[in-house]
Design a protein around this ligand. Structure first.
Ligand code: HEM
Length: 436
């Protein structure tokens, strides 16, 4: 039965958030609100208790160092493919909305480093025998319609041409995955692969008990969930990052100078070994996540009667009762803009992440045992994408006649406007990318 929450408490205090995130048994995830996500099979995001432990034990090894390296190499390849084969020699590229590139970048990276299939900006046009859609179309259609598929009952999905095509995309993606499982089972020599799907398969097969630790349906369910958890979050975070760099040209110049200096040693192509040298790319990314966290609220609920003690504005403490069933949510922007932890929280200042910074007051990936499993995947992809983009292009806000004469504050508000959907969704980010 779905417990009816008696109240919802939003937390923006670093210490108490850490406590709630740590005591998983006392404050479990209210998985009844994630029920629709299980439409694809049991999975790590929509489970608790023993099931969750099993999914986490099988999923965590897939996010390996070798997978991270694959994410890096493939992101660089996808970016160069964009520059060389789509943007070509054009001195400037005008985008009406930056997600027009960040959504495909995130999709292509998860296609290859997640599902183990390369997709590019221009290829994958022929439908293979036995299929009705290319892998790229199936992945694109399914990822853009995850919410629709979860929210609309199966019978209703059969009613319109559009929803029938969404159903087909899910069936096709499932079939592509089943084929990959079969191909691996029948292969005479085991190919070494480092995508997440292969990682899940390996973990399932190498189960020390010899039994099946994860069913085929759960395998597919967890892959869909990686797509759900990682695609839009990544694309929107990258979009806000380019928006902020366009709004703050001095910060962009500082970033460019660091990148240029490092790339002298690597002939213009950043290597994975150098990832930790791109300290400003990482700082810019963190500052963007602080100001526009893709996941703005993380839900928990009290499993028993308890109490919480939070700091108050006078420097004292307040304790309040939290009855069993109370919904407790981490208010991520509340924490990220809390002046108790962040100086001038409304100012874009990436350098703050190069100094000592309050780690417990930075929560884009949640924390504790239920923290994001794809953090490193995301960071690697984003650092690679930002670094190569800024090494080749200067990013500016697109000038439009109707906004001539606006103040910086008005422009900032317009370019960073968002809607709070499943993720923090940028409304419209018109940018120009000018070849350096
Ligand atoms: C900007 C990018 C990302 C952000 C902001 C983000 C944020 C989060 C947050 C806040 C959670 C906790 C959700 C909750 O408790 O309800 C989470 C969980 C998770 N994320 Fe991410 N995520 C990102 C990228 C990714 C990527 C790229 C992947 C996979 C490829 C991924 C996979 C997961 C998984 C599997 C979980 C569930 C972990 C568990 O419950 O044990 N995430 N993420």
């Amino acid at each position: 039965m779905i417990p009816w929450p008696t109240a919802v408490i939003y937390l923006a205090d670093a210490a108490i958030i850490k406590e709630v995130a740590t005591f998983r048994a006392k404050f479990p995830k209210p998985i009844y609100i994630y029920k629709a996500l299980s439409a694809f099979g049991g999975n790590i995001v929509a489970s608790e208790g023993e099931d969750w432990k099993r999914y986490r034990a099988i999923s965590a090894p897939a996010f390996s160092e070798r997978n991270t390296r694959l994410v890096w190499d493939e992101t660089i390849r996808i970016m160069f493919d964009l520059f060389d084969n789509v943007w070509g020699d054009s001195p400037e590229i005008v985008l009406d909305h930056c997600v027009d590139i960040t959504l495909p970048i995130a999709l292509f990276v998860v296609g290859v480093a997640g599902f183990g299939r390369r997709v590019t900006w221009t290829s994958d046009l022929t439908v293979p025998p036995g299929h009705q859609m290319t892998f790229k179309d199936a992945l694109h259609n399914a990822s853009s319609n995850l919410i629709l598929k979860m929210g609309v009952p199966n019978w209703a999905m059969k009613l319109t041409e559009r929803t029938r095509r969404v159903n087909l995309a899910f069936d096709e993606l499932r079939q592509y995955m089943v084929e990959m499982v079969d191909a691996r089972r029948s292969a005479e020599t085991k190919e070494e692969r480092h995508d997440l799907f292969s990682g899940l398969l390996d973990a399932a097969q190498d189960n020390p008990d010899g039994g099946v630790a994860i069913t085929e349906q759960e395998l597919v369910g967890n892959m869909f969930i990686f797509l759900f958890a990682g695609h839009e979050t990544t694309a929107h975070a990258l979009c806000f990052t380019f928006a902020l760099l366009a709004l703050y040209p001095d910060e962009q110049e500082r970033l460019y100078q660091q990148i240029k200096e490092i790339l002298v040693d690597t002939n213009g192509t950043p290597t994975y070994e150098d990832i930790n040298r791109f300290t400003l790319s990482m700082a810019v990314l963190n500052e963007s996540l602080r100001m526009f966290p893709p996941v703005s609220s993380v839900p928990k609920h009290a499993a028993e009667d308890t109490s919480l003690t939070v700091g108050n504005a006078d420097g004292g403490e307040t304790t309040f009762p939290v009855p069993s069933g109370t919904r407790v949510r981490f208010h991520v922007p509340g924490l990220h803009y809390n002046p108790k932890y962040w100086k001038d929280p409304h100012t874009f200042r990436p350098e703050r992440f190069l100094e000592e910074w309050p780690r417990n007051a930075f929560l884009p990936f949640s924390s504790g045992a239920r923290g994001c499993l794809g953090k490193r995947f995301f960071e690697t992809e984003s650092i690679a994408a930002i670094t190569v983009m800024i090494s080749r292009y200067r990013v500016e806000v697109k000038e439009e006649p109707e906004f001539l004469g606006e103040t910086f504050e008005q422009r900032y508000a317009r370019i960073t406007a968002f809607d709070q959907m499943v993720t923090t969704t940028p409304r419209r980010v018109p940018l120009v990318f000018k070849r350096r």
